[in-house]
Write a protein that binds this ligand. Structure first.
Ligand code: AGP
Length: 609
């Protein structure tokens, strides 16, 4: 899941434009970065690339005086070939007549490479992507589109490609299959990019390419062709987000900026999706779904989005009293779920591009399910392929560790639950109003945690040297524990495991010894005593316990550290607990001096299986 960008325009500072865009795409992968452009003087393709974070490339290019008006750029998340200069993108063809950047996986690259090697082609890297550059050069017949078509007929897998050829110093080629790719329409300049954040500085007018599309992009023209090479029109959309939103806004890290945007997002979600009468306005988004004909609901997603699904499952079960199934998208289709036209399958994805979730959506659709996407990115593939879509209103989420997307997804699932319940007449007026009012409470209580963040910072200072730990909870708190544990793992590289507190004594308690961290979550009054005794069990074996609880849970009697949160209604208190856990992970990472926004080995949107 790399980030790619391309530019064709009147500016001669193409490298600056590409580097600016790559800085906005770096959350997609930061194993290496590179640019290719056609040098105006020499009229030859030149590639400059460096292993490691984008800054290595910026430093490498610092003193180079480059004039060019066409170029492509790439930031890499390595799949084939370890992160080195030679495996960095862009890739040349052997004749250096073609340069290419690729996001995705060429599944049959070994066979294609074997054929090309047999034709005497010498390769420069171990990557799958270089095969496409070499193949393009071999089949090239002077017609860009025809040559691309020949290449794409041979290539199996997923791709977003941007290609330049020395014969066409004003044309850029691109193609899309499964991996995201957009075209940005500017004045006297046009762009291709993996997502809008890379080009927001220059335009908010974008075209979302469909699978199979290819395009020729020049500074004043964009021609799009479908998989049969027939010219097609694609709708241009204006993106709401602006450049500032996709910038740090004075914060040290995107993660803390995004954590502290959550109260505002709660208010925005309320303002946009409810009216004065407290009705939930999902009619347009859910058009065509008759909930009386639905007898089974599935929620499918990956990572943090899956954990929001677990909260959604809890809401739907509690309020509707029907069976709700959740599944991890990379397992879903292989678990052969029983799906039919009475099934509503909900796919949660911040990026809307996660391949496992996308393929699960296609699978459920083929099985006849009604499909609903909950996504944060306008025009993302998942939001376009699903029958219905409810957008979360979190704005661009740049930090790899998802925070504000989590709460905005949970909130949409919460509203969806209340919407379905009122459609089915399964909730009385008083209860409905209370649940809506709890959202207003949530906003205030989130602000309270934000104002107490220094207390959590102090706890983080004490646990920063932990090597491993457990996150414990009961009922819905156990689902919260999973998200808390994921955040701690992602940005601190501390191995933590989330467990139902009652399960510990059936084995994992053997790992408890002096200094092992235990984060215990207790927000459900009926479970308070049970979780207290579980905490005593681990304390007795030397664990260092951080208790996260609402008032009157008595956790201060057993915890080494206590993080208190305010009661926020029956269903939403767990969501509040997550904000505190986001801060705990964030401050621990800051104390460890780690790269909070770009943790090792991760990328923001996983567009490979
Ligand atoms: C969360 O912090 C991670 N970035 C990751 O688990 C993420 O939630 C997962 O990859 C799903 O991404 P999506 O919501 O964009 O589909």
């Amino acid at each position: 899941m790399c980030g790619i960008i391309g530019y064709s325009g009147s500016s001669e500072e193409v490298v600056d434009i590409l580097l600016e865009g790559l800085s906005k795409l770096e959350y997609r992968g930061y194993d290496s970065a590179g640019v290719a452009f056609i040098d105006k003087k020499k009229n030859k393709i030149q590639i400059e690339k460096k292993e490691g974070k984008l800054n290595n490339l910026v430093m490498h290019l610092e003193d180079k005086k480059i004039k060019s008006s066409i170029g492509i750029g790439h930031t890499r998340w390595a799949t084939h070939g370890v992160p080195t200069d030679k495996n960095s993108h862009p890739h040349y063809s052997e004749k250096r007549d073609v340069a290419l950047v690729h996001n995705g996986i060429v599944e049959n690259y070994a066979e294609l490479k074997k054929d090309l090697l047999a034709k005497g082609i010498n390769f420069n890297s171990d990557t799958d992507s270089e095969v496409v550059a070499q193949l393009f050069s071999v089949v090239y017949n002077g017609d860009l589109l025809e040559s691309l078509d020949k290449v794409l007929k041979e290539v199996r897998g997923t791709y977003a490609l941007a290609i330049i050829h020395e014969d066409f110093p004003d044309k850029m080629l691109c193609a899309k299959k499964h991996s995201p790719l957009i075209i940005g329409i500017g004045e006297d300049q046009n762009f291709v990019a993996s997502d809008v954040s890379a080009i927001l500085k220059y335009t908010r007018d974008v075209i979302f390419l469909e699978d199979g599309d290819r395009a020729i992009v020049e500074k004043n023209s964009v021609k799009i062709y479908n998989s049969k090479n027939k010219e097609v029109k694609r709708e241009m959309k204006k993106v709401e987000w602006n450049y500032e939103q996709a910038s740090k806004g004075g914060y040290e890290h995107f993660m803390i900026k995004e954590i502290e945007e959550q109260p505002e997002i709660v208010q925005k979600t309320l303002d946009i999706y409810t009216n004065e009468e407290k009705d939930i306005k999902f009619d347009e988004q859910l058009e065509g779904i008759n909930f009386h004909n639905i007898n089974k609901i599935y929620i499918v997603a990956c990572g943090t989005a899956y954990y929001t699904g677990l909260q959604g499952q809890y809401f739907l079960k509690e309020v509707l009293g029907i069976d709700i199934f959740t599944d991890i998208a990379s397992e879903f289709r292989y678990n052969e779920p029983i799906i039919d036209d009475k099934t509503l399958a909900i796919f949660v994805s911040q990026s809307g591009e996660t391949l496992d979730t996308l393929l699960s959506l296609k699978y459920a659709k083929e099985k006849g399910a009604k499909t609903l996407a909950i996504s944060n990115v306008l025009g993302s593939t998942i939001s376009r392929i699903a029958d219905n879509c409810i957008y979360t209103l979190a704005g661009p989420e740049i930090s790899v560790a998802s925070t504000k997307a989590y709460s905005s997804q949970v909130l949409v699932l919460y509203l969806l639950t209340l919407y379905i319940a009122s459609k089915l007449g399964k909730i009385n007026e008083a209860k409905y109003i209370k649940y809506i009012e709890d959202i207003e409470l949530l906003k205030n209580n989130m602000e309270e945690i934000i104002s107490n963040k220094n207390n959590i910072h102090e706890v983080a200072k004490k646990i920063k040297n932990t090597r491993n730990g457990f996150y414990l909870g009961r009922g819905i708190d156990e689902k919260v524990a999973r998200e808390g544990s994921l955040k701690m793992k992602e940005i601190n590289y501390i191995h933590t495991e989330a467990l139902p507190a009652g399960e510990l004594k059936h084995g994992s308690i053997a790992l408890i010894e002096e200094g092992v961290l235990v984060v215990a979550i207790s927000t459900i009054p009926s479970m308070a005593e049970k979780i207290l005794s579980n905490i005593k069990e681990v304390k007795a074996r030397g664990a260092y316990v951080v208790g996260l609880a609402t008032k009157d849970m008595n956790i201060e009697t057993v915890g080494d550290e206590v993080i208190e949160i305010s009661e926020t209604g029956e269903l939403l208190t767990p969501l509040l607990a997550v904000i505190a856990l986001q801060y705990l992970a964030y401050y621990t990472s800051v104390e460890k001096g780690l790269d909070v926004d770009k943790p090792r080995n991760l990328a923001k949107s996983v567009t490979v299986e």
